[in-house]
Design a protein around this ligand. Sequence first.
Ligand code: ZN
Length: 275
Amino acid sequence: MPIGPIGLRQQGAPSLLAVFAHPDDESLSAGGTLARHAAAGARTAVVTATWGADTHRAAELAEALRILGAGAPRMLGHADSRVPGSAPGKAHFLDVPVDETIGQLVAHIREFRPEIVVTHDAYGGVTGHEDHVHTHRVTQLAVQAAGLERLYPDAGPPWQPGALYLATHPHSATTAWGGYLAPTGKAMLTVPDEQVSVVVDVTPWLERKVAAVLAHRTEAERGAVPGLVAGLSAAERELLLSTEWYIRHDLRQGLRHGLGHDPVPTVTPQTELVV
Ligand SMILES: [Zn+2]
């Protein structure tokens, strides 16, 4: 069965592994999609690149994931580039050899065996945080390495996810949002609407998504994005949070043996490079 763009009615519910930089990114960027897949009976999980497992942010993440039905936190344990105390004694995520972080993520992919993987887009989301950008890079490389048995042989048997979905925002979203985010003074890194492959209406899971965002209590208290969400009316939450956008990258095109028990239909090889 081909795994097309996220469409649960046509495809059933593909298992989903989300990979995000910080505790709260999973809820803000893909909370509705995570809740939606879990409600449809899919296995879902979240890997978080930064913050230590013994920090308050880890406890808040655990609560958010419980609300989203995404299991226990899977934390790579690196230090947040902007928060020195986020993982005591550990190097900043960007300073860790990339081979090491890819290997860590490959182990999670091979253990969880997701049909699809979700992460930040190449901009690192609307804010462009350097940890988000790096998480994107590491995930792009890991989803390919995971399927190759001679790469990271100690990280488990190979597993090739079918597609990578990049959480993104189209130009039109910020127009619709009006001035809501302008006061934050943050850059708004968005993509042309035609680059967006999937527009997910997460309205039915909005309450759950907001609860997961607000579970990051200390972020709300210090006035980070969860704090902005806490101050919104119900109508504003619907306007800002009820849609999630993704850019889809096919990871199985041309592969003849992809998902173990569920072989990929034969694909006729191309004879030249085309767009
Ligand atoms: Zn973040």
